[in-house]
Write a new protein. Sequence first.
Length: 162
Amino acid sequence: MTTVHSITATQKTVDGPSNKDWRGGRGAGFNIIPSSTGAAKAVGKVLPALNGKLTGMSFRVPTPDVSVVDLTVRLEKPATYGEIKAAIKEEDIGRLILFYIFGCREESEGKLKGILGYTEDDVVSTDFIGDSRSSIFDAKAGIALSDSFVKLVSWYDNEWGY
């Protein structure tokens, strides 16, 4: 899992010392900065079936708002990219994650209306400023190498949605 994350208030505006690491002390407004992320660990806390099965990193980029997640997975159960898009569009993310990605037999219990979004538009980051949904799946940005290896892309306003 890779997050491409807009700059935040904790980053330096110009190069200077950082308590975290050398890269963290570099000027955020004109650098792409590799960094750590707690996103993969957070997913494991929210979805216990995924605990310990994800790892991730972040790239901090000089944009003022909106971030994107690039999730590359090897599926436990084969699925076409069309089937994956349909599961997300139907807001049955539980079925997608638990069955296709990790091979679990559980099904989701409810819909995620207002939380998970879906788009087939040709979008860019500014299209999601002020979007209160936690994640908006970008159907056109994903890639399927095969029925068992896919890349999924989802946007979120890191200053707005929860």
